[in-house]
Write a protein that binds this ligand. Structure first.
Ligand code: RP5
Length: 170
């Protein structure tokens, strides 16, 4: 009965995703993440928050996110990219990391985001645009377990892939 009640509550509640990035300069890439969420009609709360330049803003954002029941936070940063890791350390909301290209082509961002010591996980995606889109699609896949309307849209999205790929290369 408890499970049914919880499921009913979930059904009525729209999910919300937090999308944060270390700098305004990350927006060109992270716009792809937000556009993907938007195309699935998933609400998101997007902000520029830097772990080292605006740490108080990060703390406040996490407090707000916990209060409003944010499902997941997607955190993008470049260089010595600690935004996703610090976010994950401050909350139990799952954190997905998107490494942004840097002077070292994003290898530094990728390693800084992915190489978390055991205990505080950050699910890390590809560098740049692919990671921005896939982080959103990953959230969408997880949410589709609980929201049938999202699941239907995801199936359509995948079916469209097959239609777009030619059967022969010539
Ligand atoms: C990181 O440093 C940001 O996430 C960005 O990718 C990188 C460069 O930031 P800006 O110097 O362009 O503000 O904190």
């Amino acid at each position: 009965l408890k499970k049914k009640r919880r499921q009913k509550k979930m059904k009525n509640k729209k999910p919300i995703v937090g999308v944060i990035m270390g700098s305004k300069s990350d927006w060109d890439i992270m716009k792809n993440c937000c556009d993907t969420l938007k195309s699935f009609s998933i609400a998101y709360d997007v902000r520029v928050i830097s772990a080292h330049r605006t740490p108080k803003r990060l703390e406040n954002f996490i407090k707000e996110s916990e209060k409003k029941g944010t499902s997941v936070i997607i955190a993008a940063a470049g260089g010595a990219a600690h935004l996703a890791g610090v976010t994950a350390a401050l909350t139990r909301i799952p954190v997905l990391g998107v490494p942004i290209e840097s002077v070292l082509k994003g290898i530094d961002s990728l390693l800084s985001t992915a190489q978390m010591p055991a205990g505080v996980p950050v699910a890390t995606f590809a560098i740049g645009k692919a990671g921005a889109i896939n982080s959103a699609l990953f959230v969408i896949a997880i949410l589709s377990n609980s929201y049938p309307d999202i699941s239907v849209k995801l199936k359509k999205y995948r079916d469209n892939f097959a239609k777009k790929v030619p059967k022969r290369p010539f």
